[in-house]
Unconditional design. Structure first.
Length: 115
């Protein structure tokens, strides 16, 4: 996660520097230099549990929000099940993802927010 934050902060800094050099007079996308960093730090933590071929597993996933579809998606990635080939996450509905996961032995996905 640290690499992700650093990379996005650098991208933001480069865009702001380019905008200042152009002198376009447009309002910056973010009002302060560390706005992106503060937003990323607001993410909450969710505990996701699942069973893979009868073995119970658990992991913690940081995110801003969580839904059942998100939990199934993250459980598939964590278990190494993988997504349907050639499908975009936005195009997959929950039942397709769940059906694919259950065929691969992934069941009983549950999540809860940690305090």
């Amino acid at each position: 996660m640290f690499i992700f934050r650093t990379k996005n902060l650098r991208v933001w800094q480069k865009r702001e520097e380019a905008r200042k050099r152009k002198g376009t007079g447009t309002k910056p996308l973010m009002s302060e230099p560390h706005h992106l960093e503060k937003w990323l730090m607001r993410s909450r933590h969710f505990e996701i549990t699942y069973c893979l071929n009868g073995s119970r597993r658990m992991f913690v996933q940081p995110d801003v929000h969580m839904t059942d579809e998100d939990a199934w998606y993250y459980a598939c990635l964590h278990a190494g099940v993988g997504l349907l080939y050639g499908e975009d996450v936005a195009q997959q509905n929950g039942s397709q993802l769940r059906g694919h996961a259950e065929k691969s032995g992934l069941t009983h996905v549950k999540w809860e927010e940690l305090p």
